[in-house]
Design a protein around this ligand. Structure first.
Ligand code: GUN
Ligand code: ZN
Length: 455
């Protein structure tokens, strides 16, 4: 099939690639056989069936690197910080997944919602329940979404309804991994999913790290999200120099490790995470909602840390990655403005010599970090997400040879100047990000298969 539309794809962190009257040739196996000017592709493939999508645009499908499927129905309950929020809202909601039929229904709704918003790859935490996890995989298999899923593991300091025996948690997780990891030509994959250090024993973490290594599977967990959580880790693991050292000691840090949040990581922790090749997953709306803090995104990108992007539903209140891109840009603007304001205040303090002034500016982190742009956020939500999964040869852009995961959008839905002739790509992307509307997503394809259509 040869799709005709305006093609827009990431090429580098701050560079887009576009074909205004473009063609995307998708073969029978759902692989991109060509991407370029429509007329060139049509001349080279005169027999290809053409689907004319103009005036819509084609973008690569979005990659949500971290969210919690069982938390969808209790999103947006405001007021608490991380640990009490988990106890009050999240653990009771997750306990309901002991009912596997309920889990199937929730999974079906969840993946449908993601596809309808243009998300083609979903990296998901489930609950501790093995049967519910198996059902979620089956729903992902059926609906066509690309998924990295994992049964949550928690074997201490947890409510009775979610507490697991260490051996059972490891055995059930490994069984799910054996069944699902690599299924359907790699469309589905398994992530060993220890919730976070405060609810995991050393034995559990070391065991799952070995199992993940044996199977070439992913590991996902949370790190350094809130100050209260970091304090809890310090109490529970007095032998560890810091939070990162807890996971490193268990052997959990590697190139297939996704660390949710990490907004308070020290320079030395960031060095170790970068050297291990692991990814920190930024979830700006969740950080805002649970009052966790603001990630210094620009700083960390410039250090060469791998940072992905995700919704973290239910910490984040919404499933769309468009709004998450906007939130990443806006959070970095807030940080930049705060740094500038504080620097001005410090300038106004009299009686400081230059050396002391410089020390204070460094301690207060006042060197302004330039805000992140929508083009950069788009790169995080597509090509860099693919890289974080070790799958950039397969997904993340519209380049030939990759699997055809793409989204068809109508930019007119978010353009207040309805009569405007087509705007430049950077402007169009900026409006899709800052003014996103579910109705702009016309269709979503995974590996060439139509998984969602608006009409
Ligand atoms: N840390 C441990 N569990 C969770 C969770 O479910 N959500 C968030 N945001 N942080 C966590
Ligand atoms: Zn999370």
């Amino acid at each position: 099939m040869l799709y005709r539309a305006h093609l827009l794809s990431p090429e580098a962190p701050a560079r887009l690639k576009e074909f205004a009257d473009g063609g995307l040739l998708v073969d029978e196996a759902g692989v991109i056989a060509g991407a370029g000017p429509f007329e060139v592709l049509r001349a080279a493939h005169p027999d290809a069936e053409v689907t004319d999508l103009r005036p819509h645009w084609i973008l690569p499908g979005l990659i949500d690197l971290h969210s919690h499927l069982p938390q969808f129905e209790c999103v947006a309950l405001d007021g608490l910080e991380l640990l009490p929020w988990l106890e009050t809202h999240i653990f009771p909601a997750e306990s309901r997944f002991r009912d596997a039929d309920e889990a199937s229904r929730a999974a079906r709704d969840y993946f449908r919602s993601q596809l309808a918003l243009g998300t083609t790859t979903s990296v998901v935490y489930l609950t501790v329940h093995q049967e519910a996890a198996d059902r979620a995989f089956r729903e992902a298999e059926r609906c066509g979404i690309r998924g990295v899923l994992g049964k949550v593991m928690m074997d201490r300091h947890s409510p009775e309804s979610l507490l697991e025996d260490t051996g059972t948690s490891l055995a059930q997780s490994e069984e799910l991994c054996r069944t699902w990891h690599g299924r359907d030509g790699g469309r589905l994959a398994y992530a060993f999913t220890p919730r976070f250090a405060p609810v995991c024993s050393r034995e559990l973490m070391a065991g799952l790290a070995r199992a993940a290594e044996r199977h070439g599977a992913y590991i996902q967990t949370h790190i350094s999200e809130s100050v209260g959580e970091i304090e809890r880790v310090r109490e529970l693991f007095p032998e560890a120099a810091d939070y990162t050292a807890v996971y490193a000691a268990a052997g959990m840090l590697g190139p297939r490790t996704l660390l949710g949040h990490g907004i308070h990581l020290s320079p030395s922790e960031r060095d170790r995470i970068r050297e291990a090749g692991a990814t920190v997953v930024h979830c700006p709306r969740s950080n805002e909602f649970i009052k966790s803090g603001i990630m210094p995104l620009r700083r960390w990108l410039s250090e060469g840390l791998s940072v992905g992007l995700a919704t973290d539903v239910g910490g984040g209140p919404k499933l769309d990655m468009w709004g998450e891109m906007a939130a990443a840009c806006n959070a970095s603007k807030t940080r930049w403005a705060q740094q500038r304001l504080q620097a001005l205040r410090l300038d106004g303090v009299e009686g400081l010599d230059d050396a002391l002034r410089g020390r204070l500016a460094r301690a207060l982190d006042l060197e302004p970090d330039a805000p992140v742009t929508p083009v950069e956020a788009f790169h995080l939500a597509t090509l860099h997400g693919a890289r974080a999964l070790g799958q950039e040869a397969r997904i993340g852009s519209l380049d030939p040879g990759k699997e055809a995961d793409f989204v068809v959008v109508d930019p007119r839905r978010v353009d207040p100047a309805a009569a405007r002739a087509e705007a430049p790509a950077g402007e169009v992307l900026s409006r899709l990000v800052y003014r996103s509307d579910p109705a702009m997503v016309r269709a979503t394809y995974v590996r060439g298969r139509l998984c969602h259509a608006l009409d």
